[in-house]
Design a protein around this ligand. Structure first.
Ligand SMILES: *Cc1c(COP(=O)(O)O)cnc(C)c1O
Length: 372
């Protein structure tokens, strides 16, 4: 059967799976036009987006934004592979899957690196970080994930940044799943490179990523890129010198939709208002799930307002695939777990998702508890 347009524009279920996640009808409608990747009309949109992202990251001057094709990880790889010099060394602070992925990229790109692995459910140990930095003078860069999406843990970038200024190392932050949904000022946090993407808290669709960079540092990364396509400096130079042009074909529809997503962020009241909605969503979710007998993986003090990991119920009749199918049938798609030692599933609460949606989800969960 040919899907008609109404069916295309109407989602049969909410994606509580950041990301991709549920977007607004406006964001999806913005994709219904074709654009030329090097025409000025389109390149102007790119420039507006770049400037807006820089402003979202900080009111301070000295930062710039570069967009990169691909999913979020492509931008993480582009950033690491471009900004850590051949004679540099990266220290990765990891407490989950996305921290481990940073180390995996460094390994693959032959970037000298060390990992401080704190374990999936533990916060960063700042004393251990401090000690490592004092002992290993070769470390030139540090990388940390802000919201570790695999568990929902929110890491204290401020504490890491405060260390960094004492030791003069560049700080790279994977804020893929938090930027736009949690207020932050990269300049105050001493962050030199912030990596994020359109399809998490900014509520766009996937297809590119971006890096907000301290320009004085990015400018000095010449000759370090380990890849042609993922050369962040080359891409930045092209966007700067040719006013919003990407080096290679860009995801035009995705970019146009993202411009609309940024307009809608502003209409909502900016990052503070969005953060308040996400906090409300997450609070309703965790309270409601606990009432139904579920336990969160993390204590509330480490929990982000983005995504929550729940332990599998101990009942022997519980089977995630069936629970997932029951919920999907009722209009909600949730996420499987990503913690190695514990069986969890995850529920995201970001996107075009509101407290009433979470209440409806809780009702659906209640109806889907076939084992209880
Ligand atoms: C989503 C996400 C990424 C990027 O994942 P992709 O699948 O490549 O888009 C990277 N880091 C974190 C913390 C994320 O949540």
């Amino acid at each position: 059967m040919e899907p008609n347009q109404i069916e295309i524009l109407d989602n049969p279920y909410l994606l509580l799976t950041p990301g991709p996640l549920s977007t607004s009808p406006g964001v999806r409608a913005a994709m219904l036009r074709d654009w030329c990747t090097w025409d000025a009309e389109y390149n102007d949109i790119v420039q507006v987006i770049r400037n807006r992202l820089t402003r979202l990251a900080t009111p301070a001057s000295g930062y710039t934004t570069v967009l990169m094709q691909g999913s979020g990880t492509f931008s993480v790889e582009a950033c690491l592979g471009t900004v850590v010099p051949r004679h540099g060394k990266l220290l990765v602070l990891s407490n989950g899957h996305y921290g481990d992925r940073i180390a995996m990229i460094a390994k693959r790109l032959l970037i000298p690196f060390d990992v401080l692995d704190f374990g999936d459910t533990n916060p960063l140990d700042m004393e251990a970080v401090d000690k490592t930095l004092r002992v290993d003078r070769a470390i030139s860069h540090m990388a940390v994930v802000h919201c570790e999406t695999s568990t929902g843990m929110l890491n204290p970038v401020q504490d890491v940044g405060d260390l960094e200024i004492r030791h003069h190392r560049s700080l790279i932050v994977d804020a893929m799943s938090s930027f736009g949904g949690i207020p932050m000022d990269v300049n105050n946090l001493w962050v030199d490179y912030l990596i994020s993407g359109p399809n998490k808290c900014l509520q766009g669709v996937p297809g590119f990523g971006f890096v907000v960079a301290r320009q004085s540092q990015l400018e000095h990364c010449s000759g370090s890129a380990r890849s042609l396509c993922l050369d962040l400096l080359d891409q930045w130079l092209e966007m700067e010198n040719l006013a919003g042009k990407w080096r290679f074909t860009s995801p035009t529809h995705v970019v146009r939709a993202f411009a609309q997503a940024l307009v809608e962020l502003e209409a909502e009241g900016g990052v503070n208002a969005r953060h308040a909605r996400y906090v409300q969503n997450q609070t309703i979710l965790s309270l409601g799930m606990r009432e139904l007998g579920f336990e969160t993986l993390l204590p509330d003090e480490y929990q982000s307002p983005i995504i929550t990991a729940f332990l599998y119920p101990s009942h022997p009749g519980f089977e995630f695939a069936r629970f997932y199918a029951e919920l999907k049938r009722r209009g909600f798609v949730i996420y499987s777990g990503k913690v190695t030692r514990t069986n969890t599933f995850r529920i995201g609460n970001i996107g075009h998702v509101f407290p009433d949606d979470i209440l409806a989800l809780l009702q659906a969960v209640r109806e889907s508890m076939y084992w209880a």
